[in-house]
Design a protein. Structure first.
Length: 610
C-alpha cells in the first residue's frame, strides 16, 4: 500500500497532545468536609471496581487516538497496487472541430455526446489513476497533463466548445502518445465523429450521427471580371455529405447589400458536388452574403458565408516585347481601360526595370537573366532563359486545340472549341509546368510553378491565327493569366478568402459580419500582440483592410454516419475498468472516524467515561 498525498502524514505528531493530556491529567485531592454521609450514599449508587475505571480511561485515550489517526490517514489517501489488467493512466483526446457542432433530433451536439461518454468512462477509473486531457481542432491543446485530479478534468470537459475550424487529429494523437508513454499501463481515448483508422492502438469513442443530413459550401472565390467594370465572378462549390441517406434538395441564395442577386436550386446525391460560376454586379465594398437552405440540415456552420466585393488595386504589369503583337496590345488596353492593370511598357533595351511589378509579360523575347520573385507570362518566347527552353519552328496552322485541363483558372470561362491558331514556337518546359492546350502533339499553352514562381507560357501567334483574334477567348485567357499569376500579390489581397484557423496580422480592432450557424451577427475581436487567430465565419474589416473568412472544408461538410459495428457502443456499457478496493479507503476512514467520535461522545455523556 502507498499514499497518494503522504505530506499529510506529518500530522501524526498531533497524537502527542491527547497523550500528554492523558498522562498529566489532574489527580484527586483530599479535602476535609464536615460529614461523609452524602458521599457515602453517592458511592453506593456509582459503585464500580478500580480496574473498570482504569479500562474506561484507557478506552477514552484509545478512541481519541484512533479518531486522529483515521482522519490523518484519510487525508493521506491510501492506495494499493492495481491489478495487472487495470489501467493506471488515461489520455483523453476530444475533437472540438467544426463537425462536432452537428446536432441530432434532440438538439444534442456531437461534442455534448462525446462529453457525456467521456464522463462515464472517467467515473470508472480508480482515484489514483493519472488523467490527461487534450482538445484539438486544427491544433492540439493540452488542457490537463498527468493529474490525479479527476474533478478538474471533468470541469475542463464542461468548458469545451466546438470551433468552426477543420480538424486535424494527427498532431493531437502524436501528443497523446507521448503523454501515454510517460506512464505504465496507459490508455488513449479519442472521442470524435471521425471514422477510426483501420489499424490504431487507441480506444476510439465514436459519436457520429446515425443518419446525418448535410449540404454545405466547400469552395468559394470572388474576383473582378477581367473585361468589365463593376462586375464580379464568384466561384461557389456546394457538396452533399456522403453519409446522407438520399438525395438532398438545397436552395442557394446570394444577396448583395440585402438585394437578391442569384437564386439557384440544386439537387445533390450523397457525396455529389456542384460547382457554380455566379456573375455579380455591384459596387466595391458592398456586402455579399451566400446562404444554403436545406430542410433537415444538421450542421449550420457550412451553410453560409459573407464577403465584401473586393476593393482591389490595379495590377502593376511590366510589358517587354521585341515585336509587340497588335492583338496582345489590344487585349491589354481593354484591361487598362477597365482599371484592372497599370502597365509600364518597354523594349528589351530598357531591361531591367527600376521597380518590380506584380507580373512580368515578355513577348517574342526573354531576358538573359531570369527575373526572380515575380510571376512571368511568356508569350511566344524566342530563345531560352530560366525554366523556358524553346526551339525555332516554322509557322504551323491548326484547326483546333485539345484542352487537357479545362478547369484550370487560366482557362476560366474561355471556350476551347472553335479555336484555330498558328504555332510558331516549340516549348520544352519543366515537369512542374503543365500543358493546358495541345495543338497536334505539341503544347501551345502551359501554366504552373517553378521554384515557387508562377509561369504561363504560350507558343502561338495571335496575329497569324485565323480565328483567335475574332473570339473573346484570347483576352479572357490573358486576363485570367494575369490574375492567376498575381494571386498572392498585395494588389489582390482583398480577393483572397482566408480559412478559419489562419492567423491575421493586424494591430487594430477587427469588425465582423459573422455567421454563427443560424444567422449573421455583428461582433468585434481585439487582436493580441498584432495577431488574431481567425475563428469566425464571415466578412471582416480592419482600419485599412477587409476580406472574408470561411470554413469551406470538404472534410467537415462530409459528416460520417455511425458505423453499424459501432452503434452498440453508444449505449451505456458496464465499466471497462475496475477500481481498486483501496480507492475507497479515504471514504471508509472518514466514516470510521465519525463513528468513533459518536461512540466517544456516547460513552462520555451517557456512561461517564472521564
Amino acid at each position: 500500500m502507498r499514499f497518494l498525498t503522504p505530506s499529510y502524514l506529518h500530522l501524526l505528531w498531533l497524537a502527542l497532545i491527547p497523550l500528554v493530556l492523558w498522562l498529566f491529567r489532574r489527580q484527586a485531592r483530599r479535602v476535609p468536609v464536615s460529614t461523609l454521609l452524602f458521599f457515602k450514599s453517592l458511592a453506593r449508587e456509582h459503585q464500580e471496581s478500580a480496574w473498570l475505571r482504569r479500562i474506561k480511561k484507557w478506552l477514552s485515550l484509545i478512541l481519541t487516538l484512533l479518531v486522529l489517526l483515521f482522519a490523518i490517514l484519510a487525508l493521506a489517501r491510501p492506495s494499493g497496487t492495481l491489478s495487472a489488467d487495470a489501467v493506471s493512466a488515461a489520455v483523453v483526446v476530444v475533437d472540438c472541430s467544426a463537425s462536432m457542432a452537428a446536432q441530432d433530433v434532440q438538439g444534442q451536439t456531437r461534442l455534448d455526446a462525446a462529453r457525456q461518454r467521456v464522463k462515464e468512462r472517467l467515473r470508472t477509473l480508480p482515484d489514483q489513476a493519472v488523467v490527461s486531457l487534450i482538445a484539438f481542432d486544427a491544433r492540439p491543446r493540452v488542457l490537463l497533463s498527468r493529474s490525479r485530479n479527476h474533478r478538474e478534468c471533468l470541469r475542463l470537459l464542461e468548458e469545451l466548445t466546438p470551433a468552426p475550424i477543420e480538424g486535424k487529429p494527427e498532431a493531437a494523437l502524436t501528443v497523446a502518445q507521448r503523454l501515454a508513454d510517460l506512464e505504465s499501463r496507459s490508455s488513449i481515448w479519442v472521442a470524435s465523429d471521425l471514422q477510426p483508422p483501420a489499424s490504431t492502438a487507441v480506444d476510439w469513442i465514436p459519436v457520429a450521427l446515425r443518419e446525418p443530413l448535410n449540404v454545405g459550401l466547400t469552395g468559394f472565390q470572388i474576383r473582378h471580371s477581367p473585361l468589365a467594370r463593376d462586375r464580379y465572378e464568384a466561384f461557389v462549390k456546394v457538396s452533399a455529405s456522403a453519409g446522407n441517406a438520399a438525395k438532398a434538395t438545397t436552395t442557394l441564395e446570394v444577396t448583395i447589400s440585402g438585394r437578391i442577386a442569384q437564386l439557384r436550386e440544386l439537387e445533390l446525391a450523397p457525396g455529389e458536388s456542384s460547382a457554380l460560376i455566379l456573375p455579380l454586379e455591384g459596387v466595391r465594398g458592398q456586402q455579399m452574403e451566400i446562404r444554403l437552405k436545406t430542410a433537415g440540415d444538421c450542421f449550420g456552420w457550412d451553410d453560409a458565408l459573407a464577403a465584401p466585393l473586393p476593393k482591389t488595386k490595379p495590377l502593376s504589369v511590366a510589358y517587354f516585347a521585341e515585336k509587340p503583337d497588335p492583338f496582345t496590345e489590344l487585349a491589354l488596353s481593354a484591361l487598362i481601360e477597365n482599371g484592372r492593370i497599370e502597365m509600364r511598357k518597354g523594349d528589351p533595351a530598357a531591361w531591367p526595370p527600376k521597380e518590380q511589378p506584380d507580373v512580368y509579360i515578355f513577348e517574342h523575347w526573354l531576358p538573359k537573366e531570369w527575373p526572380a520573385g515575380r510571376p512571368v507570362i511568356a508569350l511566344t518566347p524566342q530563345g531560352s532563359s530560366g525554366p523556358v527552353q524553346t526551339r525555332r519552328s516554322s509557322s504551323v496552322p491548326y484547326d483546333g486545340v485539345r484542352s487537357v485541363q479545362p478547369d484550370h483558372p487560366v482557362l476560366f470561362r474561355a471556350s476551347s472549341s472553335r479555336i484555330a491558331l498558328t504555332q510558331t514556337t516549340l516549348l520544352t518546359l519543366p515537369t512542374s509546368i503543365e500543358p493546358l492546350w495541345f495543338a497536334g502533339s505539341e503544347p501551345v499553352l502551359a501554366a504552373g510553378e517553378y521554384e515557387g514562381q508562377r509561369l504561363v507560357c504560350t507558343a502561338f501567334s495571335p496575329a497569324q491565327s485565323e480565328q483567335l483574334a475574332l473570339l473573346p477567348s484570347f483576352p479572357l485567357i490573358l486576363g485570367n493569366a494575369l490574375y492567376w499569376c498575381a494571386e498572392n500579390s498585395e494588389a489582390l489581397t482583398d480577393t483572397r478568402t482566408l480559412h478559419t484557423g489562419e492567423l491575421l496580422h493586424t494591430g487594430s480592432l477587427v469588425q465582423w459580419h459573422a455567421w454563427n450557424g443560424s444567422s449573421f451577427i455583428e461582433v468585434a475581436d481585439d487582436p493580441a500582440h498584432g495577431l488574431l487567430a481567425l475563428s469566425r465565419i464571415g466578412a471582416w474589416e480592419t482600419g485599412d483592410r477587409s476580406g472574408a473568412c470561411a470554413l469551406i472544408s470538404a472534410a467537415e461538410t462530409d459528416l460520417p454516419a455511425l458505423a453499424a459495428d459501432a452503434a452498440h457502443s453508444t449505449q451505456p456499457a458496464a465499466p471497462l475498468i475496475t477500481a481498486s478496493a483501496f480507492s475507497t479507503w479515504p471514504q471508509r476512514l472518514i466514516w470510521l472516524a465519525l463513528t468513533l467520535l459518536l461512540l466517544e461522545s456516547f460513552l462520555f455523556h451517557r456512561k461517564a467515561v472521564y
